[in-house]
Write a new protein. Structure first.
Length: 436
């Protein structure tokens, strides 16, 4: 029996013909009619020999012939002697069932490739969103730290809360705004405003006596008078400008003289309040050496000890660092004992006491205040007046401050998206560029 006749018999069993044409299907189906060589390849793949397979052509033909004979005998039921049964060194053919030719000739369906464009777009969007969130929360101009405020102390039983200040009559200083420190001299009030003016108020009549800003200036950094004191001789008012330094305003001729800084060597960043000592020297608080008044939100959000206390000699403009590492130092007031100075730390809701000897350590004078202190002044009845803003446990600002004290990342995000942050600044710059 030949190989071709055996293949023909197998094809006949599967109801197939070598000359038959496969049925046509749709365009995505591919059919191939097997050739004789392909049929023989199928046969050979299913003939497994032992490891002692000989490499000669004669042995290969003998194995194939014996295999085909065995298959023919299985069909007819005739007993045929085994070929080379006595020769143990010869190769023994192991017959494996032939495959189902119908499955071999089964049409191959080519599946269309999956379009991953939407997944690519989704991945790009996700990466962009994560990048923006990382940029907003973990990078920025400010470097906030965690902190914890002392709980608000209970009001002593001897202190009686009242609402007497709500019955006072207000003085309208419009169109000016933002009155800060106040000096009272012989029935007349002097104060500085956010628009750079020094006002004199007599019998509710408001008069501008000096303007810290020039006509050509359109920026807040041109001048902002804050802390204000009466000089030791009562002939002038000494006040501090947040951007420019310390000045003297004469009550006699209304002349303004700059006391500090003079010459090179010092550049103010954010000066705030001052206290005039009996020898004429001046304590001045510098709220931050990093952020100016225009960038005050950055100092509030960062809450780092960027502030310091300076001691200035106005006669020659010399100065020295008296204390540093302060948290938003604001109001300054000489203690009644004359041996220490009190400094209000706004972002810690407390007042610290700094000895004048320069050797003793600073201590906390009072903490747990019911609000965030601004200035501090002596009271004629004893004690001190400490005006506070944003009463704690009662305002949205207070709640946000308490909540975010342990979450620096929230304060960093809030600063970035605020009007003072880089996001709004860049949007404003882009708007101006596109409007040109």
């Amino acid at each position: 029996m030949t190989v071709s006749s055996s293949i023909a018999s197998v094809l006949d069993d599967q109801k197939l013909s070598p000359d038959s044409k496969p049925r046509q299907s749709h365009s995505s189906v591919v059919q191939r009619r097997p050739s004789v060589l392909y049929e023989m390849a199928i046969m050979r793949r299913h003939l497994v020999t032992s490891r002692e397979h000989t490499s000669t052509r004669t042995s290969s033909q003998t194995i194939t012939t014996s295999t085909l004979v065995s298959r023919s005998v299985s069909r007819t039921g005739t007993t045929v002697p085994n070929v080379n049964r006595s020769n143990k060194s010869s190769t023994v053919a192991v017959m494996k069932p032939l495959p189902n030719m119908a499955n071999v000739l089964r049409p191959v369906v080519r599946k269309p490739k999956q379009d991953n464009t939407l997944w690519y777009i989704f991945g790009v969007i996700e990466a962009s969103v994560l990048g923006v969130l990382f940029w907003l929360f973990f990078t920025g101009e400010v470097d906030p730290v965690s902190f914890k405020l002392t709980a608000v102390k209970e009001v002593p039983a001897s202190a009686v809360q009242n609402a007497r200040l709500s019955d006072i009559s207000q003085i309208n200083i419009g169109p000016h705004y933002g009155a800060e420190s106040i000096v009272y001299v012989n029935g007349t009030l002097y104060t500085g405003t956010a628009d750079g003016k020094i006002l004199r108020i007599t019998d509710s009549k408001v008069q501008v006596v000096h303007d810290m800003r020039s006509a050509a200036c359109g920026s807040l950094s041109c001048g902002r008078p804050l802390g204000m004191r009466l000089s030791q001789d009562h002939k002038s008012i000494v006040f501090v400008d947040a951007f420019q330094g310390i000045f003297s305003f004469s009550l006699e001729n209304e002349k303004v003289v700059k006391l500090f800084p003079v010459g090179d060597g010092f550049e103010p960043v954010f000066l705030n309040d001052l206290e005039v000592l009996s020898n004429g020297n001046i304590f001045v608080s510098e709220t931050s050496v990093k952020y100016s008044l225009e960038q005050i939100l950055g100092e509030l959000m960062e809450s780092r000890p960027n502030g310091r206390l300076l001691l200035v000699d106005p006669t020659n403009g010399r100065w020295r660092l008296f204390a540093d590492g302060l948290h938003f130092p604001n109001g300054v007031q000489l203690h009644r004992d004359g041996k220490s100075v009190l400094v209000a730390e706004t972002t810690r809701a407390r007042v610290v006491r700094i000895p004048l000897d320069g050797r003793s350590p600073s201590t906390v004078f009072v903490d747990g205040l019911p609000g965030f202190p601004d200035n501090i002044r002596l009271s004629p009845r004893g004690g001190y007046w400490i005006p506070v803003s944003n009463v704690r446990n009662g305002s949205l600002f207070s709640w946000a401050t308490e909540f975010s004290s342990n979450w620096p990342v929230i304060r960093q995000f809030a600063h970035r998206v605020s009007p003072y942050g880089s996001v709004c600044i860049k949007l404003y710059t882009l708007k101006r560029l596109t409007a040109v």
